[in-house]
Design a binder for this molecule. Structure first.
Ligand code: EPU
Length: 418
């Protein structure tokens, strides 16, 4: 199995360009099957999650041509086949085919989706939304059959502003009869991106970017070309690296407004950043002070950047805290960070990590337990003395395009080994 080998403590200089957002792209691809004509999506990240979605499209007899960070999707001759566990378990976002196929055919048969085991990850709110639109749900041992005679718009209140539920209900309702209202909708930039793409096909979604979405069903969606919004989590991961090791390291092709919750926290710790229209530059590394972080839905501090922040907090003077409020199991990277020399305690509820700085890390063989935990271990390796080997890197490659090549390019001593 491939692993990442890092010889740490190298200064990083130059430019790293951010790709299109994984969590937007993985929704835009299933959304495209709702279109009655051809859809072209540009600025698509080259990551394994996208390959897994392409496999599902091909299984559904959708005409796909991809390459050079673009995909063209033509669903005119598609067949509404059952999506097996083997196909759906490769990634969490396969669940967007539930909303999209239900919206298109009023029938979907598929297995419960996979993804990182960062928590229980129920889909009750997605299903509640489908039911409100008139769907009937049958579940048998992880196999879902969801069908409706007709989908009719209704008012849906989400108990939690769930990213997945918001997008899935949008997908099921853009072609439903009448008006659907989603209250307490999630407001992440990826949701805005999906709504913008659907609206450019002729969907009628109002309130985009707010907690109240009003969707008036349409019967036909026409061709469109859409560019995926920059990946704020990939951007944030590299900005954290720049804060720790950057000497004129510029992270480009990002939207600074989307990572304000991160940059404001880094600045609170003492990081000096030059923030431009589409870049963040760190000229030099300084001494940093401990800070506290609480993960929240957008525009709060994203849970997906909590793990990459751990090595930063390990390097700060004083004691920092991370409170994780979204996922129950998102400190899986901590044991290996401790193995490398960090001093971190987790409370009994597994909700708060107390990080005692400032500790020097030493290279070890560690595991990538999940996507962002893996990115966190890479950062640990970059700042550690000696050699770090990161195992199970398939998690990392699901979400970070060419992370090794990008880091090598700016001076890291990093390679993939067998
Ligand atoms: N929740 C429910 N019921 C539901 C849906 C969600 O109780 O039906 C709960 C979850 O258990 C969780 C909270 O609501 O406690 C938020 O979950 P959400 O539905 O917002 O998460 P998601 O859609 O499954 C997406 C991203 C995650 C990211 C979260 C939160 C994708 C494919 N995944 O997941 O990204 O952590 O939103 O921002 O968009 C990652 O990229 O590493 C990643 C895990």
């Amino acid at each position: 199995m491939p692993r990442i080998k890092i010889n740490g403590k190298k200064t990083l200089s130059g430019e790293i360009s951010v790709e299109g957002a994984k969590n937007s792209a993985v929704a835009l691809i299933p959304a495209s099957i709702l279109c009655d004509e051809e859809v072209k999506i540009n600025n698509l990240p080259n990551i394994s999650d996208i390959d897994s979605l392409e496999e599902i499209l091909e299984h559904l007899n959708v005409k796909v041509s991809s390459g050079n960070h673009s995909i063209t999707i033509d669903a005119k001759n598609m067949k509404n086949e059952e999506i097996s566990c083997i196909l759906s378990n490769k990634l969490r976002a396969s669940y967007y085919f539930m909303g999209a196929l239900l919206g298109k055919y009023k029938f979907v048969k598929m297995c419960f989706p996979g993804g990182c085991s960062i928590g229980e990850r129920p889909i009750n709110l997605h299903l509640k939304g489908f039911e409100k639109l008139g769907a009937v749900i049958e579940e048998n041992d992880g196999e879902f059959v969801i069908h409706a005679d007709e989908l009719i718009g209704d008012e849906i209140f989400l108990d939690i502003p769930s990213v997945g539920a918001t997008i899935n209900i949008i997908l099921a309702s853009v072609k439903a009869k009448g008006e659907t209202i989603i209250e307490n909708a999630a407001m992440e930039p990826e949701i805005v991106d999906v709504c913008n793409c659907l609206n450019s096909m002729g969907a009628k979604i109002k309130g985009v970017g707010t907690g109240r979405l009003e969707i008036t069903g349409v019967s036909y969606l026409h061709s469109c070309e859409h560019s995926v919004v920059p990946d704020r989590i990939e951007a944030g991961t590299y900005v954290i690296m720049a804060s720790l090791l950057g000497k004129n390291l510029k992270i480009t092709n990002l939207n600074p407004l989307h990572i304000e919750s991160l940059t404001s926290k880094l600045e609170e710790a003492g990081v000096k950043l030059e923030i431009g229209e589409d870049y963040v530059l760190c000229k030099k590394v300084r001494e940093y002070n401990a800070i506290d972080i609480t993960t929240m839905v957008y525009p709060g501090f994203p849970t997906d950047l909590q793990q990459p922040m751990v090595p930063f907090l390990v390097s700060c003077n004083g004691t920092s805290h991370i409170e994780e409020t979204i996922w129950e199991n998102r400190f899986m990277n901590i044991p290996d960070t401790v193995k490398m020399g960090a001093s971190i305690e987790i409370n009994d509820d597994n909700t708060i990590a107390t990080i005692y700085g400032k500790r020097n890390l030493i290279g070890k063989e560690v595991v990538s337990t999940d996507l962002r935990g893996g990115a966190s271990m890479v950062i640990c390796g970059l700042i550690a003395d000696g050699t770090t080997i990161v195992d199970n890197i398939e998690h990392i490659l699901r979400g970070y395009e060419d992370i090794v090549g990008k880091l090598k390019n700016v001076g890291a001593d990093i390679e993939i080994i067998d």
